[in-house]
Write a protein that binds this ligand. Structure first.
Ligand code: F6R
Length: 364
């Protein structure tokens, strides 16, 4: 049932190109994004003054990516919150607010309660869910399914990747309804969406190098992930993947925040994984790498293939294929998942069932 892999997590990591293709292709027809069963009208989309994204764990990290992507495409302000906070803070909602809920299982107790609270307060609700007929799917005004198939490993990988794919679909769909994209831009983004599964396959080809890096670092005690904007969102996910399956302490920081406190933790030999896949912020990241290097950090830099300059400052360089910047998170997450997986495997951890964790958290 593991299809020749040692763990479900490895199998599910490798299934990501297919899962993303299954999620995207049925929604593109004759060059147009078609979200069939969505009842939201263009008028309603135009009327939104705000979008809230609510989720837990990795699904929340998809929400952090979605904030950047949706704001860029729609220019509607987006706020993202973890469900257990959102539901108890008397959110300010009405029918001009869209609440976007993200959940693999569709049964996470806090996310479901947040959705119900949002509906109760009169917001429009839309959910991104993997399990057909789950409570969150049933209770939302609209649902867009991710077609990841069943995910067995507790640490999410393919569901996460399909959630990202739906976020891109939705952002481009909204931008089109808002009339903010030219026909060429629209066609270009649709072509990028169609190319995404193959790009993910390409990113997966780098397994051996990541396995080697894991062998260098599986004994470390602390890891810091740093990045800016979309790379900050990816740092959050990379850090969570590592800590949940390898039990190594790690944290993610917005790179510009380091000097406001965290940098005092960096000492000789501290591993810092620096994400720099966004060209506009590349030089800022190089400065941050220099800052931590000056305090003794060992730096693993992750960037895109043309940014070889990373090698001048980082101790190790990892590359992902060049792609549309907005969709770069789908490629950046691959080495982060593989790194966590190999580190956990070298430490002999119970990868598919990490201690203290359940696949679906149906209690508060
Ligand atoms: C991490 C992970 C969890 C879930 C979270 C939400 O790898 O799997 O953080 O993302 O528990 O679960 P769902 O998406 O089912 O609501």
């Amino acid at each position: 049932e593991k299809g020749g892999y040692q763990h479900f997590m490895a199998k599910e990591i490798m299934e990501q190109p297919k899962a993303v293709r299954d999620t995207i292709s049925p929604r593109i027809q004759n060059g147009k994004i078609v979200l069939d069963n969505i009842t939201l009208t263009a008028e309603q989309i135009k009327s939104f003054s705000k979008i809230y994204i609510v989720a837990c764990g990795s699904a929340y990290h998809v929400g952090v990516v979605a904030k950047y992507v949706l704001e860029k495409f729609t220019r509607i302000p987006v706020e993202v919150d973890v469900a257990s906070e959102f539901r108890y803070r008397q959110p300010i909602l009405d029918d001009k607010v869209l609440v976007l809920v993200i959940s693999q299982s569709g049964e996470t107790a806090d996310t479901l309660a947040a959705l119900r609270e949002a509906k109760h307060l009169g917001a429009r609700t839309l959910s991104i869910v993997n399990v057909v007929g789950s409570s969150i799917a049933n209770d939302s005004d609209d649902v867009i399914y991710t077609w990841a198939g069943p995910e067995i490993a507790v640490a999410t990988t393919k569901a996460y990747s399909t959630q990202l794919a739906v976020v891109y679909l939705l952002a481009i769909y909204f931008a089109d309804k808002l009339g903010v994209l030219s026909a060429e831009e629209y066609a270009d983004y649709v072509a990028k969406l169609q190319a995404l599964p193959d790009k993910i396959s390409e990113a997966l080809e780098n397994k051996e190098q990541i396995q080697y890096l894991a062998s260098q670092f599986f004994n470390v005690k602390d890891v810091f992930f740093i990045g800016r904007n979309l790379d900050y969102a990816m740092s959050l996910e990379g850090s969570l993947k590592l800590k949940e399956i390898s039990y190594i302490h790690s944290d993610a920081y917005a790179a510009g925040e380091l000097k406001h406190g965290t940098i005092s933790l960096v000492e000789d030999g501290t591993l810092v994984i620096a994400l720099a896949t966004q060209d506009a912020l590349f030089d800022k990241m190089i400065s941050n790498v220099k800052e931590v290097k000056a305090r003794g950090a060992v730096v693993l830099g992750l960037t895109t293939e043309h940014n070889k300059k990373i090698e001048q400052v980082a101790d190790y360089a990892l590359y992902v294929p060049e792609f549309c910047e907005m969709m770069q998170p789908s490629l950046a997450v691959i080495p982060l998942q593989l790194f966590a997986y190999y580190v956990a495997s070298m430490k002999g951890c119970d990868i598919d069932k990490p201690r203290n964790l359940a696949k679906s958290v149906t209690v508060e």
